[in-house]
Design a protein around this ligand. Structure first.
Ligand code: KG4
Ligand code: ZN
Length: 336
């Protein structure tokens, strides 16, 4: 079975061909980061226009690298939610055109389910059920992966996502967008105990996150130092931020795993590339005797292979879309 996956929910235009659910035949990613950097974040209209310009070339390259043609493909999978609406619409409409031209089925994929699926690409032995922490620029979720296509969200962020917190702190520290990776690099030589930052607490739900307090604390710290003419050690601050986010994400995931009886834990989303998050999660799982899975770094950010992989499982489960498929900016995983 060959599935073509198309991703255009944010600032990466990506396409990939995946064979038999887990074998990546090709994966092409065209990133717009350099352009959005000038504005300090993603500009939605620019993102849509670049997707429109790039999508045909990216899909053609993905088919070419896999040495297949549209006729060889069993179905076209596409991200239809959640994300920037104009960006999603480009991918959805393009995928529809392809299915009409090739007479193939159309398979809708939820972006977060795609991130979770990167673990299947990196770990051939992994099968549901398990508990997955998904931390990206737009989402921080603890998710019960009940089967390849059924999910239950048991924890979520009340305000900023973990990646958003990394990016906003990084911006205040003077790093370019997206700043998560710059904090990661600076943290390598920093002292994580140098700054005492608040560990976010959320009343009500024990598995929910809140990162806006941490962000505000970091911004205030920087402003106060500037007003007093003092200089802060940015490596120490980066290490302290990374340590706090890693510990918070891990603590809540371990709490949920223990309460719900999971011994198999996975990590996914852009923030799963973070050195601290990977190390702290891995250590916490080892301490409790839990099996731990994380995607290889090259699959953590948005890509087409994750959509083709999840699209394969959706297709096998009979999940296809008709010609009225629309893009949806906000959609809970439980509604899919
Ligand atoms: O999953 P993703 O590529 O896009 C969304 O679906 O949101 O995640 C992007 C997020 C950004 O906030 C980016 O700064 C963060 O992932 N990120 C990192 C690292 N690499 C990417 N955050 C911390 N450390 C990293 N190494
Ligand atoms: Zn993503």
């Amino acid at each position: 079975m060959l599935i073509l996956g198309i991703e255009s929910s944010c600032d990466e235009t990506a396409a990939s061909v995946v064979r038999d659910c887990r074998e990546i035949c090709s994966s092409v990613v065209s990133t717009q980061i350099e352009e959005h950097k000038k504005y300090g974040g993603v500009v939605p209209e620019i993102a849509s226009r670049r997707h429109c310009e790039n999508i045909l070339g990216v899909v053609r390259a993905a088919l070419g690298e896999a040495e297949v043609t549209l006729a060889d493909i069993d179905a076209v999978a596409v991200t239809y939610a959640p994300g920037l609406i104009g960006a999603l619409l480009v991918g959805v409409n393009f995928a529809k055109g392809l299915t009409l031209a090739a007479g193939k089925p159309l398979v809708p994929v939820h972006h977060i389910a795609g991130h979770i699926a990167t673990n299947y690409l990196s770990h051939p032995e992994l099968e549901p059920p398990y508990l997955c922490l998904v931390a990206s620029g737009g989402h921080s979720h603890i998710i019960e992966v009940l089967s390849y296509t059924k999910f239950r969200v048991v924890g979520r962020t009340r305000d900023d996502a973990a990646g958003e917190c990394f990016d906003k702190c990084a911006r205040a520290m003077g790093f370019p967008y997206p700043g998560g990776v710059h904090i990661d690099r600076a943290a390598q030589t920093g002292d994580p105990s140098r700054f005492r930052l608040p560990h976010p607490a959320v009343s009500g739900s024990e598995f929910d996150f809140s990162f806006s307090g941490l962000k505000t604390n970091v911004i205030n710290l920087i402003h106060h130092a500037e007003q007093k003419g003092e200089s802060l050690d940015m490596n120490d601050l980066a290490a302290s931020i990374q340590q706090t986010i890693s510990a918070t994400l891990t603590e809540k995931t371990m709490l949920a795993a223990e309460a719900l009886g999971y011994k198999k834990i996975a990590l996914a989303g852009g923030v799963s590339a973070n050195t601290g998050v990977r190390a702290v999660m891995s250590e916490a799982c080892a301490k409790r005797g839990f099996e731990f899975f994380m995607p290889e770094k090259s699959l953590c950010g948005d890509n087409g292979a994750m959509i083709a992989c999840q699209g394969s499982y959706n297709f096998l489960a009979g999940i296809t879309a008709d010609e009225s498929l629309n893009a949806i900016a906000t959609l809970s995983m439980e509604e899919i």
